[in-house]
Design a protein around this ligand. Structure first.
Ligand code: NAP
Length: 482
């Protein structure tokens, strides 16, 4: 666990707070106003890594190199278990003094993922330290693939993909061949807290041979899906892990997926359509909607012996309908109005049409409403919809979410049910007003959970325990807002 502090008292307090949960504590002396190894190391109860990263390697130390190496030597004299020293520094004296033991020779490349990751790691190892650590900026699956093949898993290397796309290298550290992972206060790009690593990703139960699942999109680092699916894997005792792949594009996705043992993925904005050419099969409903939100990786069978088969489907429609069906005996003939004309409006509109409901689209841009309505055989309606125009009102705009506060509709609430696809906050302003106006209300969390439960079932053949995904999402939202 990485800790920082501006002065002796602060770094010691941060270290003491980290020690109960950490296997190792990395003391980032470069974040101190006056780096002080004596103060940082005194009284520790867990082994420590001492790091004093210079500006040139992305750290905060701006003093002279002699001063910096002096600080690291002092840490050595004090018995620091590990000392991190940069590849381009004068590392030989420290390596000689320790016989290489506990020396981490590190290199950071913020410009991207170099071609020769393996060669660079080998050269870092060649310096004679105990561990070679390479951290590079990653943006896409092909670059993660380069990191996956580079570390040899014998405890002599650590590879980190910096940035949002590299989160898998931190969560699946063992699978990437790394000796350990770093968690902490985001001092490095893409670093997550130890609490999130343990509670949402259940890091301690992830084995090297775990079946891997991902949510592919951008942005997805804040996705609530890992909290749900990882809770499901833990509850059913499955050797599996679910991580975000926040990627700039889909380059190398099939190859990386094959190499890491991908068994399934959720797909979200903006790749629900782009992913389709990479699949071997797409379920008819997903093809009709023009959007895949679920990939299941199956054995190729007789047709493709030894080869994986990637099958796309879409659980959004069923995820939307399930909570609705639980409250409304039949949708046939109901007058539904959808606010918004984006991807969700289109998917939800199609699902409602299939159920025999009458559907009208209302959007702030009438031409957008007309286009979506035309595409799915619905009507278009004024914005905001006039009174008496709906039995069921669906909000498929982001209005009411934390990013876009407010409400897309102020009433009258003269229909029977309001369904807000926004899931955070819960309730939204619209949900509260609709409930006060006497309507039955469904929130976006119900859909989020229902579509995830279906995905889980597609992948594992089992339903997650009832209520588990709701609880996982609620605690993830709570953890983020505190
Ligand atoms: P999208 O494709 O970007 O479409 C958003 C729609 O909302 C567009 O028609 C947009 O109009 C309209 N809009 C945006 N800001 C608006 C404002 N201030 N006033 C009025 N209209 C506004 O997004 P999406 O994928 O359809 O998602 C829509 C919402 O549904 C998001 O909040 C998403 O999180 C939520 N959602 C939830 C679930 C779930 O499981 N609960 C699933 C899917 C989606 P313009 O084109 O004029 O900008």
């Amino acid at each position: 666990m990485t800790v920082v502090g501006r002065d002796a008292a602060a770094i010691r307090a941060a270290r003491q707070a980290a020690e109960p949960d950490a296997d190792l504590v990395e003391l980032r002396l470069d974040a101190m106003l006056r780096p002080d190894p004596d103060a940082a190391l005194a009284g520790r109860i867990k082994p420590a890594i001492v790091t004093c990263r210079p500006l040139r390697e992305g750290g905060m130390f701006d003093g002279s190199e002699d001063e910096r190496l002096g600080i690291l030597h002092r840490a050595h004299e004090l018995g620091a278990e590990f000392i991190d020293v940069e590849w381009d520094a004068d590392v030989d004296p420290l390596i000689r003094a320790r016989g290489g033991r506990g020396v981490i020779v590190s290199r950071h490349d913020f410009s991207g993922t170099p071609h020769d990751v393996r060669g660079i790691l080998a050269r870092l190892r060649g310096k004679g330290g105990e561990i070679a650590k390479l951290a590079v900026t990653t943006e896409r699956p092909s670059e993660l693939h380069a990191l996956l093949d580079a570390a040899n898993g014998d405890g002599s290397s650590i590879v980190i993909g910096m940035g949002a796309a590299g989160l898998a290298t931190r969560v699946l550290a063992d699978r990437f061949g790394s000796r350990w992972t770093y968690a902490g206060p985001a001092i490095a790009p893409g670093q997550i807290t130890a609490a999130r690593l343990q509670h949402e990703f259940r890091f301690r139960r992830i084995r090297r041979d775990a079946a891997v699942y991902m949510v592919i999109g951008r942005p997805v680092t804040g996705s609530l899906s890992p909290a749900m699916h990882n809770a499901g894997f833990a509850a059913l005792g499955l050797n599996a892990a679910y991580v975000p792949l926040d990627t700039r594009d889909l380059e190398g996705l099939r190859e990386f997926g094959g190499a890491i043992g991908l068994r399934g993925a959720s797909v979200t904005i903006p790749y629900k359509r782009d992913v389709m050419p990479l699949l071997d099969d797409v379920a008819p409903a997903a093809a009709a909607a023009g959007a895949v939100n679920t990939i299941a990786v199956r054995d190729g069978g007789a047709a493709r012996p030894g080869q994986a088969k990637w099958v796309g489907s879409n659980t959004d429609a069923d995820g939307f309908l399930e909570p609705l069906r639980a409250r409304v005996p039949t949708l046939r003939g109901l007058r539904t109005v959808i606010l918004g004309a984006g991807g969700a409006a289109r998917g939800v509109g199609l699902a409602l049409r299939r159920e025999g409901a009458s559907v009208a689209i209302a959007a702030r841009r009438p031409e957008a409403a007309a286009t979506v309505a035309g595409a799915i055989g619905a009507a278009s309606l004024d914005w905001p919809p006039p009174s008496g125009s709906w039995d069921v009102l669906v909000n498929a705009t982001p209005v009411g979410s934390r990013g876009v506060p407010g409400t897309p509709y102020t009433g009258p609430f003269d229909g029977t049910l309001v369904y807000d696809l926004v899931y955070d906050p819960d309730p939204t302003e619209l949900m509260a007003a609709a409930a006060a106006g006497g309507c039955t209300v469904i929130g976006g969390l119900a859909m989020l959970v229902a579509q995830a439960e279906r995905q889980f079932e597609i992948w594992t053949g089992q339903r997650p325990p009832a209520g588990l995904f709701e609880d996982a999402v609620a605690s993830a939202i709570k953890a983020r807002s505190t």
